[in-house]
Design a protein around this ligand. Structure first.
Ligand SMILES: Nc1nc(=O)c2c([nH]1)NC[C@@H]1CN(c3ccc(C(=O)N[C@@H](CCC(=O)O)C(=O)O)cc3)C=[N+]21
Length: 282
């Protein structure tokens, strides 16, 4: 089994990205990202910490804007308006999930689509599905970057994605479809999930349940991509896939941590640098 080593790939791609940042710096431009965090969610906290670290490594500006869980929707919307109009910020995102008293759709709709580095705004979702992407959701983009790095050709492959979220499942489906894969999106109402998953040449798992997928779900020689950020019975970070159980069945597989997570951040930073390059070129 070949381990799809997101940490290694991210490290390799960082070099080129640092160069792009240096080139922008010569033109007096620092790529700037802002992250809005409301309350405390453990997956978000890991993400925020690693993003700050990577931005620093690449020489980018990264602002963290923190609100308590009881912040009003109005306060949040005002901050978004500010970020929409801040010329030093090329892109920003609001960490999800948001507390229940805040209307997530309203918040996402308030973000200027041009600065929507998450690619969650309806405009960008539309662009993605018609095959003319603008900003792309970072996790999906990171997965595609990683598979590309390992020369995985998706053309004609049977892909099964378990999970239909707007953040992961749907954008992965759109992007793999654009690579000519045959894509099936499974979810909690799917019948005979094990049998279906076993038809997959590429199995993408994004359901948020610790070690849910074992070798009964995996075809011999399949490629398994684990998007989970869960905690096991000992509170240790783990994925949606039981790595130890699946490792002798899969041909290639991402670990957690060190798989999709670092690639998500690579894709996000790549997006921000690209927006800064657009700013530099007027
Ligand atoms: N608007 C929004 N967009 C998101 O993309 C988004 C979000 N909200 N909310 C939270 C989730 C979670 N997420 C992670 C990304 C990378 C790691 C990551 O760096 N993982 C490391 C963890 C390593 C360590 O333990 O520090 C790894 O997998 O190796 C974690 C979590 C993005 N999300």
């Amino acid at each position: 089994m070949i381990k799809l080593d997101g940490k290694k790939v991210a490290g390799a791609l960082d070099e080129k990205m640092s160069q792009r940042v240096a080139t922008l710096e010569e033109k007096g431009i620092t790529p700037g990202i802002a992250v809005v965090l409301v309350g405390d969610n453990s997956a978000s906290a890991v993400y925020v910490r690693n993003k700050q670290r990577r931005a620093e490594k690449l020489g980018m500006r990264s602002d963290l804007i923190k609100f308590d869980a009881d912040v009003t929707e109005d306060t949040l919307l005002k901050k978004i308006e500010e970020l929409n109009n801040d010329p030093a910020i090329d892109g920003f995102l609001v960490q999800l999930p948001l507390p229940d008293h805040i209307d997530e759709d309203r918040v996402i709709n308030a973000i200027d689509p041009k600065k929507d580095v998450d690619g969650f705004a309806p405009d960008n979702v539309g662009h993605l599905w018609i095959g003319e992407p603008q900003t792309k959701p970072a996790t999906a983009a990171g997965i595609l970057m990683m598979l590309d790095f390992y020369d995985v050709d998706l053309d004609g492959k049977n892909v099964v994605i378990i999970g239909r979220s707007n953040i992961v499942g749907k954008p992965v489906a759109a992007m793999m479809l654009a690579k000519n894969a045959t894509v099936t999106v499974a979810h909690s109402h799917t019948k005979n999930l094990k049998e279906l998953a076993k038809t997959a040449d590429v199995l993408v798992v994004a359901i948020g349940r610790a070690k849910f997928v074992n070798k009964d779900y995996v075809k011999d020689g399949a490629i398994v991509v684990d998007v989970g950020m869960d905690r096991d019975e000992n509170g240790k970070l783990c994925g949606d896939v039981d790595f130890d159980d699946v490792q002798d069945t899969a041909a290639m597989m991402t670990p957690v941590p060190g798989g999709v997570g670092p690639m998500t951040i690579t894709a996000l930073m790549d997006q921000v640098i690209e927006l800064a390059e657009e700013r530099a070129n007027g």
